[in-house]
Design a protein around this ligand. Structure first.
Ligand code: ASP
Length: 322
């Protein structure tokens, strides 16, 4: 049994590539790396890899992580600049016994030594977007942190291995050095081949308060289905945050267990995910939260058009070029 689930509609092309790899009997590790690279390389998505939106100082600082559910190996890089594929660096780091979590210049030094491709990840378009929004932020018309979304994936291969991985530019206009949940084990991702895997997207500062990805895997270990585990983890954390802090940031998750069953949940009005398994064709789902009731709806054309407009809608090629 194989399967791949990913956060957000932007992952669709990547998931297709990952699935081709799984069908050729490639490993979950290979499939997830290829799938995430595809999203990282696409210049029009503003929250992952090349084209990702910059921090307050107009630098694109990227976070990524990789976890092997057989060995529990983890590799993670945080706030790395000027490398093309953070996911591949995190994957390589996961093979290290120590020093497998590296930040900033330490991560860059490691990547340089290991021969990873250097690349200026700030596109003209992201720079123009920054310039355009900067004065809105100064005028308080735009909430800093609008414009984020992480690609997070969980993959199961024919050898029953589960891998989970993430890649993100984090929050737009974040402070230099700010790190969210995405590269933090248990918060942004977790994988255990004997149970399943999970990954998260949303406000990192809140997702990490519930170690939400680990919590989902723990719930699946206790017998919850992936859907039940996702819903319980999201709704419980949302409740705790609202009760204790009066508000909860965006919390969205996906999970897959070792039988290829999957789940997704959110505390916002709309989140999307992409999934394909040996038993189910590739589909984009819109996940809705209606007063605590989670609905999963297959995305239609009108929804997709709207999503693409919102996701890459600031594109004005005449003005900013590619
Ligand atoms: N969770 C990411 C972060 O806080 C952002 C996102 O997924 O939207 O960095």
């Amino acid at each position: 049994m194989w399967g791949l689930i990913a956060t957000w509609r932007m992952s669709k092309d990547g998931v297709e590539k990952g699935i081709e790899t799984l069908k050729r009997n490639g490993s979950a590790g290979e499939a997830i790396e290829i799938a995430i690279q595809e999203v990282e390389n696409y210049p029009l998505f503003k929250s992952v890899g090349f084209g990702g939106l910059p921090n307050e100082e107009m630098e694109v600082e990227l976070d990524a992580a990789y976890m092997d559910g057989d060995t529990l190996d983890v590799g993670s890089i945080m706030a790395i600049k000027d490398f093309a594929n953070p996911i591949s660096i995190a994957k390589k780091l996961s093979k290290e016994k120590v020093n497998c979590v590296l930040v900033s210049s330490g991560a860059e030094k490691y990547a340089q030594k290991a021969g990873f491709e250097r690349k200026n990840m700030l596109t003209n378009r992201a720079q123009a977007f920054y310039n355009e929004k900067k004065h809105l932020i100064d005028r308080n018309d735009l909430k800093a942190y609008d414009g984020h979304d992480t690609v997070g994936m969980v993959c199961l291969d024919n050898d029953n291995k589960i891998v989970s991985a993430t890649s993100t530019s984090g929050l737009f206009m974040k402070k230099k050095g700010r790190v969210g949940d995405s590269p933090l084990i248990g918060s942004g991702f977790y994988a255990d081949s004997q149970i399943g895997g999970a990954t998260a997207t949303g406000l990192g500062e809140d997702l990490m308060k519930g170690c939400i990805s680990y919590e989902i895997v723990r719930l699946m270990k206790d017998g919850y289905s992936p859907q039940e585990a996702c819903e319980k983890a999201v709704l419980d954390l949302d409740y705790e945050l609202r009760t204790r802090r009066k508000e909860a940031g965006d919390l969205s998750v996906v999970a897959m267990n070792c039988n290829g069953e999957w789940g997704a949940a959110t505390n916002i009005s709309e989140f999307s995910c992409v999934v394909q398994t040996e038993k189910e064709n590739l589909e984009v789902y819109v996940i809705k939260n209606n007063n605590g009731i989670i609905e999963k709806i297959v995305a239609d054309e009108a929804w997709t058009e709207e999503y693409m407009k919102n996701e890459i809608g600031y594109v004005d090629e005449e003005k900013w070029g590619k």
